[in-house]
Ligand binder design. Structure first.
Ligand code: HEM
Ligand SMILES: [Cu+2]
Length: 633
């Protein structure tokens, strides 16, 4: 009989099962090779490839991510649906699968910030190498690995999941639901992420070095690269499966679990934003999964999808990849748009200007996002006629984005602005994202792209959008919901210091990259011509300061979480439902499911009520036609 610790789900069993997974991989490749008449003795690469898939799955089984489903499938008496595992009892609870959306939200946010720090450290290493021309710290192969893993980790394990994490915490509360629609799937979605992250980081230890073909993993480079590449190929599958499962979960939750009275046009824009994002994820993410499956099949079994000599088509890789990855840039933006809408309305004490237009522009971006992918391929050698329609659709997609920017500005117009940390990050986002958007429209213009393609101009653009855009909205959101999530207030002085140092050194780091880019400095290089030395030194110094400014944030979060002043339920005097319950909320969110009677942003409208939480008698619903309209458009 097995000892108890191996029979019950947990870390001991997970470790043991990981070993089983490796043994399974070994046996499988041994058997297959013997059966097919190859020399059956150990082939390291074959074992490693199978183990990269098997070991993580066995680990998840060992940890207990699938227990309930196994019970159910084998006809054993399933544990009753009592949500007894809800809530965290101590900090240790966060290290086990839990089905409470609030626990999962925090697991997501903390884990992805860990990956932000790892990715940021790699950036610092790159900038150290780039501070001077010539070779200082790392060899060119390692440098390629650094920028590839840096970008992959920050995209697939920070930006995308951290948004899912914030929404996981806030969204059910906002729509008046006790949990997500599929709590166990939610727990599994989270646990797929650390697996993906560990795979990507572990690639540095792979024989032949880490994956070095950039986060785009273009074939045929990725087909022929050393085995480290497979760590990316498979890691992305785990991260992608996680996103898809979460997106389905959000869609079902939003469609079926809204509180009575919460019509679609009474939903807060954060809910709209996650609804649109989830549609994007469900439609787009299977494409990157496919592209990486094809690479895997090419590598492992010689399928020739992308091997031109065998009849494959290398351009096909780029088409399939960008059919995911362009929409993916909106997967990395739309949730932030939602966060900003919440914060700007509350901190300006004004209804969102053009609420319905804001919702429709999100949906327009979802549709248009699928029409522009080839603007990443203007110099790829594809048929040249495709370039003009792609240039036009790319210019058009700036319209709904512009609508959002102008609506935010109009929301603030004549508002009573409260310039605290969440608001400062929201304003920082508005300005920086607009600059990133402008360089984006410039890049849509074929002649300009041909000039700056593969230069630092691209690096500047990417970072204005992802750092000045997404990351600023994430900071804004973390500060804004920090009191709700932890029950504590953060230190406002440190928050402001964090904002100003980030804002200043962000610009000092990335603005000059536009200049050296237009001047011809190539991207993804470990060494460069003497004439770029001055700017690069300045950029590196600024980037170190930027890196240090992150530590202010980490310090503030840790110290405030442990000992900050207690937060009241509604420190920002917001109307949306998550602020009407205690901070942190009770285990099942609401004692009684609330009734929604008005729009979410009726700030400054006397007598406006969004939701009624307690007894219907306590607060009379506002008469129809006054505050019950979502907003005055
Ligand atoms: C201190 C902050 C950061 C610094 C100094 C930094 C630096 C760099 C450097 C040097 C590269 C390689 C550029 C090249 O030669 O191609 C790079 C690439 C990249 N970084 Fe960052 N990074 C930072 C933060 C971030 C963040 C927060 C994100 C994500 C939100 C991000 C996303 C990317 C992406 C997507 C690429 C790949 C660009 C490509 O396709 O080549 N970076 N970064
Ligand atoms: Cu694009």
């Amino acid at each position: 009989m097995l000892p108890d610790s191996l029979r019950h789900a947990g870390w001991t069993r997970a470790t043991f099962f990981t070993g089983l997974g490796i043994a399974f991989a070994y046996a499988l490749s041994l058997g297959a090779r013997a059966g097919l008449g190859y020399d059956p003795v150990l082939d390291g690469e074959a074992v490693l490839q199978v183990a990269l898939i098997a070991a993580p799955l066995f680990f998840l089984v060992g940890l207990g991510c699938f227990d309930y489903w196994f019970y159910w499938a084998s006809g054993r008496p399933a544990r009753p649906e009592d949500h007894s595992g809800h809530g965290a009892t101590s900090w240790k609870s966060y290290f086990y699968p839990n089905t409470d959306h609030k626990v999962i939200g925090i697991q997501y946010v903390v884990t992805s910030f860990f990956f932000l720090l790892v990715g940021g450290l790699m950036a610092m290493l790159m900038r150290a190498e780039l501070a001077q021309p010539g070779r200082q710290f790392v060899d060119p192969g390692t440098f390629n690995g650094l920028f590839s893993v840096h970008a992959s980790i920050l995209i697939f394990l920070f930006i995308i999941p951290v948004f899912a994490g914030l929404a996981n915490y806030v969204l059910p509360l906002m729509i008046g639901a006790p949990d997500m629609a599929f709590p166990r799937l939610n727990a599994l979605s989270f646990w797929l992420l650390p697996v993906a992250g560990v795979l990507m980081m572990a690639s540095f230890f792979a024989p032949g070095g880490s994956f070095a073909s950039g986060w785009t993993a273009y074939a045929p480079l990725s087909n022929s690269a050393p085995i480290g590449q497979v760590f990316f190929t498979i890691g992305v599958q785990f991260a992608g499966a996680s996103s898809i499962a979460t997106a389905l979960n959000f869609l079902v939750t939003i469609i079926t679990m809204r509180a009575p009275g919460m019509s679609f046009f009474r939903m807060p824009l954060l809910v709209w934003a996650n609804f649109s994002t989830s549609l994007l994820v469900v439609i787009a993410t299977p494409f990157i999964a496919a592209s990486q499956f094809f690479v895997l099949l090419d590598r492992a079994l010689g399928f020739n999808f992308f091997n031109a000599a065998g009849g494959g088509d290398v351009l096909m890789y780029q088409h399939v990849f960008w059919f995911y990855s362009h929409p993916a840039v909106y997967i990395m933006m739309l949730p932030g748009f939602g966060i900003i809408s919440e914060i700007l309305a509350v901190k300006s004490r004004k209804p969102i200007f053009g609420y319905r237009m804001m919702a429709f522009s999100l949906l327009a971006i979802v549709v248009l996002g699928f029409t522009v992918w080839a603007h990443h391929m203007f110099v790829s050698g594809m048929q040249s006629w495709i370039r003009v329609p792609m240039m036009i659709t790319t210019a058009i997609i700036a319209v709904p984005t512009g609508i959002k920017i102008f609506s935010w500005l109009a929301t603030m117009w004549r508002g009573v602005l409260k310039l605290d940390t969440p608001m400062l990050f929201a304003l920082g986002f508005l300005t920086m994202f607009t600059l990133g958007g402008i360089s984006g429209v410039m890049l849509a213009m074929i002649p300009l792209t041909i000039h700056v393609s593969d230069t630092y101009f691209i690096v500047a653009h990417i970072h204005y959008v992802l750092f000045g855009g997404s990351l600023f909205t994430i900071y804004a959101g973390v500060y804004y919901w920090f009191p709700k999530m932890t029950g504590r207030m953060f230190d406002e002085r440190l928050g402001k210091l964090h904002f100003w140092s980030t804002f200043v050194f962000f610009n000092a780091t990335f603005a000059p990259m536009h200049l050296i880019g237009v001047d011809g400095m190539p991207r993804r290089v470990a060494d460069y011509a003497e004439k770029y030395a001055g700017w690069n030194l300045a950029i590196s110094l600024a980037s170190f300061a930027l890196g240090l400014s992150t530590l202010i944030f980490v310090y503030n979060m840790v110290v405030s979480w442990r000992g900050g002043p207690r937060a009241v339920s509604n420190p920002w005097r917001a109307l949306t439902l998550e602020w009407q319950v205690t901070s942190p909320p009770p285990v099942f969110n609401f004692d009684r499911i609330p009734t929604v009677v008005g729009g979410p942003y009726e700030y400054g409208i006397p007598g406006a009520v969004h939701g009624i939480l307690h007894d219907g008698a306590e607060v009379a619903p506002t008469p129809a036609g006054t505050a019950a309209q979502p907003s005055k458009e």
